[in-house]
Design a protein around this ligand. Structure first.
Ligand code: ZN
Length: 349
């Protein structure tokens, strides 16, 4: 479609113009359940007394850089008949996951990313897999109560079965009645019980940039309450169309009468890797994402295949774990600075 753009602002405008995000809303689960351990995740090192042990890995030996950038990938429909650049085929989705495995990426949820709760093996890189709009091609349950064949969740579980180092976790930003499931009453608890995160994508997929502040609050709170009815506590939100409210901070906290909502991170639509959650320039209300896409098509230069190529070609820019969740390690010459609140955990080399 359009030629590659030269600025992020232009790209976001282009993404919005072609946004496929017009599907009905779907709810998202929240945090208590999201913290469930993932079976494929490596067990943290523990001493005989059960306390965490410091990493024995020299950060320099794995080129650790916990101030590096983190790709947050954005998916919509998984379909054998793609209609827009927002659609991916099951084969393309699987191939992208296998690429991530081969390049030592380990998925974490959006909530774990915004919380800086990144317990990864030494040398691994975090990646956040996000799905918008609650499309049934992302997740549905078959008659036996298992993820339906061909859905994103089914494919993730199959990749994890073949590659134990891959954690089958993702974040699903949903509107009302996600996945064709009224209230998300069956689907959302299943996701949470299997280590997935459910996030808020507003009740009716409204453009928050065109809504009044009162409408913004109602859209977020209504969806927050729908998710909570399934027993979950949502912690993150994705802006429909990537459009932010005029009133700063309204995505992260608001009240309607006596009711209040609070979120710890809000995600955009475009168009580049996100800062480390420990970096001084981490902005929780404006976290960029990267659309999953091959290296061709509209704005491909800002999408996943090209960005993963760029990160592989410039590994020093990428977040690489030191294997020790207690410390934030990076080279003394690393670009950027840690946020002041993390100063006590910093370890440079
Ligand atoms: Zn959407």
């Amino acid at each position: 479609m359009s030629a590659p753009r030269t600025t992020t602002v232009a790209l976001v405008a282009a993404l919005l113009a072609t946004a496929a995000c017009t599907i009905a809303p779907s709810p998202r689960p929240s945090s208590q359940h999201m913290r469930a351990p993932v079976s494929n995740a490596p067990a943290p090192a523990t001493s005989p007394t059960g306390t965490s042990t410091p990493s024995a890995v020299d950060p320099a030996a794995v080129d650790a850089n916990e101030l590096g950038t983190v790709p947050v990938l954005m998916y919509h429909r998984i379909t054998t008949a793609p209609k827009t650049v927002y659609d991916r085929t099951p084969d393309a989705f699987r191939a992208e996951l296998v690429r991530l495995v081969r390049e030592d990426y380990v998925p974490v949820t959006a909530a774990d990313y915004v919380d800086g709760d990144l317990d990864l093996p030494a040398g691994a890189h975090p990646v956040v897999l996000t799905f918008d709009d609650g499309d049934p091609s992302q997740f549905s349950l078959d008659a036996a109560g298992r993820p339906a064949a061909g859905t994103a969740v089914s494919i993730m579980l199959a990749v994890a079965a073949e590659h134990p180092e891959f954690r089958p976790v993702a974040t699903f930003f949903v509107n009302a009645d996600p996945f064709g499931d009224p209230g998300g009453s069956r689907t959302l608890p299943w996701l949470a019980e299997h280590g997935m995160e459910v996030g808020n994508h507003t009740a009716t997929h409204v453009n928050l940039g065109e809504a009044t502040s009162d409408e913004v609050r109602r859209e977020i709170l209504t969806q927050d309450q729908e998710i909570r009815r399934t027993g979950l506590s949502p912690a993150t939100l994705a802006y429909p169309f990537g459009a932010t409210p005029d009133e700063p901070g309204l995505a992260l906290r608001g009240t309607v009468g006596a009711a209040e909502y609070r979120y710890r991170g809000a995600f955009l639509v475009g168009a580049n890797p996100a800062p480390s959650p420990y970096a001084a320039d981490f902005a929780p209300a404006a976290i960029p994402r990267i659309r999953s896409q091959d290296a061709t098509g509209a704005d491909a230069a800002f999408c996943s295949t090209v960005w993963l190529d760029k990160l592989a070609a410039a590994p020093a820019t990428r977040y690489t774990s030191d294997g020790d969740p207690n410390h934030i390690s990076f080279p003394a010459a690393a670009a950027g600075n840690p946020a002041a609140k993390f100063a006590q955990r910093v370890r440079t080399y």
